[in-house]
Each structure stands twice: as C-alpha cells, then as structure tokens.
Design a protein around this ligand. Structure first.
Ligand SMILES: *[C@@H]1O[C@H](CO)[C@@H](O)[C@H](O)[C@H]1NC(C)=O
Ligand SMILES: [Zn+2]
Length: 428
C-alpha cells in the first residue's frame, strides 16, 4: 500500500470511534443472587450498557461512560462485588477491531476471491449479495423473500429453503433469525453459515428432507448498517416516528417490541433509552416481519431460535417473570442437548453454555421479547441464543474475526441437534 493510503486509512480509523473516547468496559462477577440483583440497580443508576449478561459465578461485560466510572467502581467496592477492567480504552480497542476485520477481509478476498458472509463480520451488502447468490444458484430449493422495507427503506431479506417448495404440510418448519440487536455482530454469520450448510455443503441431508427452513440473518438492517458506518454499539432500530423526540433519539429496542406483556418490565418509555419499547406493540416493521413469519407458519413451526450475543447462554420462556411454561421440561431437555452438542465442538477456552429460563439464568426480566411471543402463540420450542463473542485472545474489543467461523460451526452443531429433537417431538 502506498504511504498516503496508509495515512488516509489511519486517519479514517482514528476519527471513527471518537464518540467512545474515555469510555471503559468492565467485567463484573456477582457471587450471589443478591449481588446479581444489585447489579440490576447499578445498571440503572450508572447507565451501564450491558454487552454480556452476568450470571452467578460468571462475569458480565459492561460499557461505562467516563462520567460514571468512579461512581460505579466505588459502589462495587462498597458492596464487595468483584470487577476488573475489560477494556481501559474502548475507542482504541474498537480501532484494533477494525484493523483485524480489514485484515481478515483482505485474506478472504485473496483466498476466495470474495468477502465471506461467515468468516468475518460481514456488512449488510455482503450478506444480501450472499442471499441473492445462493437463491440464484439453488432455485429448486431456495427462495429469497423480502419481508418488507425498513423505516429507512432497506429490504428485510430472508431465505425459505425446502425440497418440496413449502408445499408438504406434514413437514415441521424451523425458523432462525438474527441481528435484531444491531451491534450483536456475531449473530448474522451463524445464520448465513446455516444457509451454507443447507445448500452449499450438505453434510446432514436428513435436515433438508425432514424440514422446511426459514433463515433471516438481519432482522434490523437499518441498525446493523448504522453500527458499521457510525455508532458501533447501536442496538435499536432507526425509526423516528415513535415519539415527538424520536428525531433526536431514534429507534426502538426490537426485542422489547413484541406483543408479550409489552412494556411492563425491563423496558423504558424514554425514546433515548436503549431499551425503549416503542409507542405500541409491533410498532416496528422489523418485528412485524418476524411476527408475520411466525403466524404464517404457526401450524407447523417446531423450533424457533433467535440469535443474540453475548453470554454463551441458551434461554427459554418466560422472560418477563421467570415462571415456567407447561412445555418447560422439553424446553430444558432440548436446550441441554443443543448445549452439549456445541460443547463437543467448542474450543477449550470458549465458555460452556448455560441453559435455563431467561430470568433465572441472568437475573434480569424483560417483557416484549421475540422468544416469549413465539412460545405464547404456540411455537413449542423457542429459544434465545446468547452466542459467545468476547472469548479468546483479546486485543480488540470483540471476538477476533479468526474465530467467527468457529462460532458458526459449533452453533450449527446445536442447530442440528435442536432440529432433530424438535422433529421427534413434533405433533402435526
Ligand atoms: C464440506 O464440509 C466438510 C466438513 O466440514 C468438509 O470436509 C468438506 O471439505 C466441505 N466440502 C466443501 C465442498 O466445502
Ligand atoms: Zn441482543
């Protein structure tokens, strides 16, 4: 590269994450239920941004603005809650992430002649081109659908994969989505990898014969794009029609927007909050598209997975109050089977998955989540995956891009087992 190009690249990288100058991130490790609950109030008091949920004996990761760092560490010390620095300079860590992603991008280009939708953090164009490419290449079994256009006019694309054109009503349907929370970059690649395994490299042909599949890698394309161009830790949609102040504070937390005890717990009425529930249930086109898929296929939906990060958790309903559904035993057993399959293929330094009810596992209740809504309307097996994403040799902020395909591969092992179990339990 010419020297001027290096300079330009460095300048662009330097300017990019300026809004996080002075921010730090902390690991916080509660040792008891009481400490876990205290963290809940610290989140409110110090406007902590939860990047990875804490669990008893498992550290969470929290992003903290400069003005709250002293207050937070004082409060943690007073209460005897263990903490340590995750990144002392969030902006610098994000700059390192960008360099690692760019270098992975070039390697893939050199090796495969194109950018990979699952061997790096892929931008929206890479994902959309991939969906269009495989739909063209496998017209007998893959159909590209645009579920609707977002607030900013981007299509919400998904693939329907079927050997029988979705016409065999006796087949169970499996639906997997990702990327409703824009910044959770590890989640879309796990879905594009599932597409790869169902079309391009079929090692489990029974999964194609037995099931119809719906795979939606980016539920929230507006937010996702915004995390690449502007604000790395953006979480919500980008709508500005939800309140009079939505122009200065756009967006709704999609995973608080479903019609399940909507806006009753773990949500906010403040449009500037990251957990703003919106003006009404399903105010967002993004959640309406997912709702439409769930409703349209409800009579034969056997398994719904919604991919998030981070935490290495497999969570099941009910997430608003920690009570168990009448299908809780099956939810737990299939959840553990998925976690075991993942563990058998995980790298040793990746954390083991914890399986449990959403509230009991993370000590935090929230209403309006997709997994709860799907289960409420009748999907028997419905889970939120919190993928691994901060493990490993940490130089930048996030999981090094060299491990993304590893996360995809091990997650696929969980999907395989989940699908087969769901098929066995399926009652048409
Ligand atoms: C398909 O996946 C298997 C198992 O990971 C691998 O050994 C094989 O090389 C792959 N084939 C292609 C065509 O990518
Ligand atoms: Zn999430």
């Amino acid at each position: 590269m010419k020297a001027w190009a290096v300079l330009l690249l460095c300048a662009a990288v330097y300017a990019k994450h300026e809004q996080y100058a002075g921010w730090k991130s902390y690991y916080i490790g509660p040792k008891s239920q009481e400490q876990l609950q205290s963290i809940g109030s610290l989140i409110q008091k110090f406007e902590l941004d939860v990047l990875s949920h804490a669990n008893i004996e498992r550290e969470g990761v929290f992003l903290v603005k400069p003005e709250f760092q002293n207050g937070l560490t004082n409060a943690l010390e007073e209460q005897g809650i263990a903490y340590r620095i995750h990144s002392a300079d969030v902006k610098a860590s994000l700059d390192l992430d960008d360099i690692a992603i760019e270098s992975r991008r070039r390697e893939n280009l050199a090796r495969k002649g194109k950018e990979s939708p699952y061997d790096n953090y892929p931008n929206l164009d890479v994902i959309n081109s991939y969906l269009a490419d495989v739909a063209r290449q496998y017209p007998d079994r893959a159909t590209l659908v645009s579920g609707g256009n977002t607030f900013e006019g981007r299509p919400i694309n998904y693939l329907k994969i079927s050997t029988t054109n979705f016409e065999d009503e006796s087949k169970p349907v499996i639906f997997i989505d990702a990327g409703i929370h824009a910044r959770e970059w590890i989640s879309p690649p796990t879905v594009t990898w599932a597409i790869h395994k169902l079309l391009e490299n079929v090692t489990e042909p029974d999964l194609l014969e037995r099931f119809d599949w719906i795979l939606l890698p980016v539920v929230n394309p507006d937010g996702y794009e915004f995390t690449f161009t502007t604000t790395r830790f953006w979480r919500k949609t980008r709508s500005t029609d939800q309140s009079p102040i939505s122009n200065s504070c756009p967006g709704v937390d999609g995973n608080r927007n479903y019609d399940f005890f909507w806006n009753t717990v773990g949500t906010s009425n403040d449009p500037c909050s990251d957990i703003f529930a919106g003006s009404r249930p399903f105010s967002e086109i993004e959640t309406r598209v997912v709702q439409g898929i769930l409703q349209e296929n409800l009579h034969r939906l056997a398994l719904y997975l919604t991919m998030h990060s981070y935490g290495s958790l497999i969570l099941y309903p009910w997430g608003h109050d920690g009570s168990l559904s009448n299908n809780a035993f099956a939810l737990h057993v299939v959840g553990v089977a998925m976690a075991d399959a993942i563990a058998a293929h995980a790298l040793p330094f990746f954390p083991r998955y914890v399986v449990g009810n959403a509230v009991l596992a993370i000590g935090y209740a929230a209403s309006g989540a997709a997994e709860d809504y799907a289960h409420l309307i009748g999907v028997p097996l419905s889970y939120t995956y919190e993928l691994p994403g901060l493990a490993g040799g940490l130089n930048g902020f996030h999981l090094d891009p060299i491990y993304i395909e590893q996360v995809c591969r091990e997650t696929w092992e969980g999907i395989v087992v989940g699908a087969r179990r769901a098929g066995d339990l399926f009652v048409p």
